[in-house]
Design a protein around this ligand. Structure first.
Ligand SMILES: *Cc1c(COP(=O)(O)O)cnc(C)c1O
Length: 223
């Protein structure tokens, strides 16, 4: 796998305003460094333990994103250095992140994860749950989190029209939340959607951040 070549290709077709997040789960630090030396600075991991082992041995100007299901008891281990937690899938998780962030005097950037796929296995809110959360007023007490936008994963399918419909539904959720709850906050600006198989469709549907693993690093080492 020629990581530099892959990154150069993806960047060449990416509109300027879109962030490329390299998903480095299962990849060894020396492989991540190869991407780093090709200019990549934003990386995403989906296991807290794996991230906390990689963080100390890699350059400190890497911007680490967390994209996996996060258990409350693991938050502390990654909180001091994580830039964006993309996978908020419950109110309880937000509350624990807020409390732990307060202890270390940090405002933690978060995305709400939405369940847009037809598969049962994917975590996340639906629109009704999110509206209930915003209407409840719970969020106004959480001073140490900042909700920056939304994240979602489409169904794993070759049917591009289904994928497009799901991305479009996430864009609609983003627009609705922005209009009703963040009308003047420029910080609510991230629509994280698109992976190796579907990022072109995601870009067409308004993505601002794509999360790419396989198309940069090749197939993952199975775990
Ligand atoms: C693994 C993963 C990706 C990247 O998937 P690829 O198909 O390898 O590009 C993106 N987002 C999340 C949440 C992931 O877990």
């Amino acid at each position: 796998m020629d990581i530099q070549k892959n990154l150069t290709y993806i960047r060449s077709i990416l509109p300027d305003q879109i962030t490329l997040l390299a998903i480095s789960k299962t990849q060894k630090p020396e492989v991540i460094l190869e991407a780093y030396h090709s200019g990549q600075r934003a990386f995403g991991e989906n296991k807290a333990q794996e991230l906390s082992l990689k963080y100390p041995v890699l350059p400190k100007d890497i911007e680490w994103h967390f994209v996996g299901h996060l258990q409350s008891n693991k938050i502390k281990t990654i909180l001091p250095f994580v830039s964006l937690i993309q996978s908020i899938d419950s109110v309880k998780l937000l509350q624990v992140i807020d409390a732990e962030s307060l202890k270390i005097n940090k405002i933690t950037n978060c995305l709400l994860q939405f369940h847009i796929a037809s598969e049962e296995t994917k975590y996340g809110f639906d629109l009704a749950e999110a509206v209930a959360l915003f209407s409840s007023g719970v969020l106004t007490d959480l001073k140490n989190i900042r909700i920056r936008g939304v994240m979602g994963m489409a169904t794993f399918t070759k049917d591009k029209e289904q994928v497009r419909k799901e991305f479009r539904s996430l864009k609609n959720i983003f627009d609705l939340l922005k209009k009703n709850y963040f009308p003047t906050q420029e910080s609510f600006s991230i629509l994280s959607m698109g992976m190796s198989e579907d990022y072109q469709v995601a870009i067409e549907e308004g993505s601002t951040l794509i999360r790419i693993g396989t198309s940069i690093f090749g197939n993952r080492i199975s775990q």
